[in-house]
Design a protein around this ligand. Structure first.
Ligand SMILES: CC(=O)N[C@H]1[C@@H](OP(=O)(O)OP(=O)(O)OC[C@H]2O[C@@H](n3ccc(=O)[nH]c3=O)[C@H](O)[C@@H]2O)O[C@H](CO)[C@H](O)[C@@H]1O
Ligand SMILES: [Mn+2]
Length: 303
């Protein structure tokens, strides 16, 4: 049942020919067309790389509680309905889930009928005039709530953009001490093409010859203690730049990438977990689990 095969692994511009013993086809937990592990041995989650029954049993045994944070500030409240409705269908089904909806318009949040073991908390926050500040200040609010609330209520946190809809399974295979998702526009890109912040004066700075992957700012998470460290770092980096009248190229996403360069994620999510139809349908992405909802930027970001 076992045979020797030659496979090619791709890491940025480097491709390596390797010989593997092929695994029992009944447990095909290996993909040979994509990179499945980082050079620091963190798994990269792709369809076909895990057995969900084993994982569910493990997480149920621990009675794990998962928080999902999402911000719906100003006009972005319109995205919430489809976000929550599709999360009910696909996000951590069968586990204990706590949604945390941060908004400046609590009266505009509809009520949802939720599955068993799932709750939704609406938390009122103040808004900012510039959309860039709205997106960046999420880090401050997340870090503060880690200490005030999340640490007492959940084990893991998943932090997401709201202009998204779930379209496929998002389960406990995602969870790890600290995880990040590869941005769908950059999983085949080389280091040179990553749109990191390149000004050395910025706290988001990543030198040209560094940077492992380009991570999206719209989806990350981990244990509450770890998410606290991520969010706290990003918020302080942003404030230090602000004091110098600077703002990193892609806002919170740039600071997040800087954090993960020196404090590597323990698990990576493939772009299946944050797809955007703008990038078409490459063969590697066999399932699009999470999709950007199209938006009229000018309309939705205007005050
Ligand atoms: C897929 C991806 O890489 N997403 C990132 C990208 O997103 P986008 O260009 O998709 O940014 P966006 O407009 O979705 O803003 C990020 C998030 O902030 C919240 N929001 C923003 C404005 C507002 O008026 N009200 C409000 O609630 C909302 O949760 C939204 O989803 O760039 C942003 C910063 O430039 C963030 O890093 C996003 O995470
Ligand atoms: Mn978004």
């Amino acid at each position: 049942a076992y045979s020797k095969k030659k496979w090619t692994l791709q890491y940025g511009a480097i491709s390596i020919r390797v010989t593997f013993m092929s695994l029992n086809p009944k447990f095909p937990c290996l993909r040979t067309d994509v990179m499945m592990v980082t050079p620091w041995l963190a798994p990269i989650v792709w369809d076909g790389s895990f057995n969900i029954d084993i994982l569910n049993a493990q997480f149920h045994q621990r009675g794990v509680r998962i928080g999902l944070t999402v911000f719906a500030i100003k006009k972005y409240t319109v995205f919430l309905k489809i976000f929550i409705e599709t999360a009910e269908k696909y996000f951590m089904v069968g586990h204990k889930v706590c949604y945390y909806v941060f908004t400046d318009r609590p009266q505009d949040i509809p009520s949802f009928s939720l599955g068993e073991g799932r709750t939704l908390n609406v938390i009122e926050v103040t808004s900012y005039k510039r959309w860039q500040d709205v997106t960046m200040r999420r880090m401050q609010i997340i870090s503060e709530n880690c200490l005030k609330r999340f640490i007492y209520e959940v084990d893991y946190l998943v932090c997401s953009d709201v202009d998204m809809m779930f379209a496929g399974h998002h389960g406990v295979e995602m969870l790890s001490d600290v995880f990040a998702a590869i941005h769908p526009g950059f999983f085949q890109a080389s280091r040179k093409q990553f749109t990191h912040e390149r000004r050395p004066e910025s706290q988001g700075y990543i030198p040209e010859d560094e940077g492992d992957y380009y991570y999206t700012g719209c989806y990350f998470g981990g244990k509450v203690e770890e998410v606290y460290k991520v969010a706290n770092f990003c918020h302080h980096a942003m404030m230090a730049d602000k004091a110098k009248n600077m703002e990193a190229l892609w806002h919170d996403e740039s600071y997040l990438n800087r954090y993960f360069l020196y404090y590597k994620p323990t698990k990576l999510l493939s772009p299946e977990y944050v797809w955007n139809n703008y990038y078409g349908s490459p063969v590697y992405v066999k399932i699009k689990r999470f999709l950007h909802v199209d938006k009229d930027f000018e309309k939705i970001r205007s005050n």
